[in-house]
Design a protein around this ligand. Structure first.
Ligand SMILES: [Zn+2]
Length: 277
């Protein structure tokens, strides 16, 4: 936990909610393959331009009473929800990591996960334009977190056997990133492949595979293992709930991206199983 002065938290919340407006644009436009920079925001019903003072995060929605100023059609409450969520996330990351490089990378990751979650819920897809660059950013994070001089010295000391490799994996963030990426992408790819071979239909999409590869690159191999376990528990619980409420309709497939995302956020803030020991 870091100790930041109170005004910094207020600033983080405002900054986050402004970014949240941009996340809304991504959530709406990425799955429709529209540009995220042009044209400026407009009402999806009447095409009327959103006036700048209605674009103020959260308050714009409240001032409009949840309706378009031009055509009175309902504006989805998801917009202010995402803005509030993005604001709270920025303040929470500041609280947990302080003003550090780590905080910047984790904030970017959670913002990507917010977009992925809402897109996956609505469209059942996870956009490659987030996960593929996300994998690279995760590797860069690992490389920047690595003290290369100390890593080389450690490598010479522990050698190249399995024990040495495990020590290096724990001590060298970049190696952990690469290994997390391989485990995340690899294990889920095999599960998805076996599932579709056995059941003759796609259970887990390749979007989920790339998402877990991205999470592995950011959070390392322990993060990936934690996320796989926790997201399966969450997904199974939600699946059972759906089956009971839909009276046994198993065909209703749940998007898995939100469960992977929630598990990742839990890992970022708790440190996963390490918190238990
Ligand atoms: Zn309108």
């Amino acid at each position: 936990m870091s100790e930041s002065p109170f005004p910094l938290y207020v600033f983080a919340f405002i900054f986050g909610s402004v970014v949240g407006s941009f996340l809304n644009v991504c959530i709406y436009r990425l799955p429709r393959e529209e540009s995220i920079v042009f044209p400026p925001s407009h009402c999806p019903s009447c095409g009327g331009a959103i006036r700048f003072y209605h674009n103020i995060p959260i308050f714009g929605y409240l001032a409009l009473g949840g309706k378009c100023a031009d055509c009175d059609s309902r504006i989805s409450p998801v917009y202010p929800l995402v803005e509030a969520l993005a604001g709270v996330t920025a303040a929470a990351v500041l609280w947990r990591f302080g003003l550090t490089m780590e905080a910047g990378f984790y904030l970017a990751l959670i913002y990507a996960l917010i977009v992925i979650t809402f897109v996956d819920i609505e469209h059942m897809i996870i956009p490659n334009v987030i996960t593929i660059p996300g994998i690279l950013v995760g590797l860069v994070f690992g490389a920047l977190s690595t003290d290369w001089g100390a890593s080389r010295a450690l490598m010479e000391r522990v050698g190249y056997d399995l024990g040495g490799f495990l020590i290096l994996l724990n001590e060298v963030p970049f190696l952990d990133s690469v290994f997390g990426l391989l485990i995340g992408g690899g294990v889920l790819y095999i599960i998805a492949f076996l599932y579709s071979a056995l059941r003759k239909r796609e259970g887990m999409g390749m979007g989920d595979v790339k998402l877990l590869a991205m999470l592995g690159a950011f959070l390392g191999w322990e993060g990936v293992v934690f996320i796989m376990l926790v997201s399966s528990v969450l997904g199974t619980a939600a699946g059972l709930l759906v089956i009971f409420r839909k009276k046994g309709d198993l065909k209703y497939a749940l998007p898995f991206g939100p469960f992977l995302s929630i598990a990742a956020v839990i890992y970022i803030f708790t440190g996963g199983f390490r918190a238990l020991t």
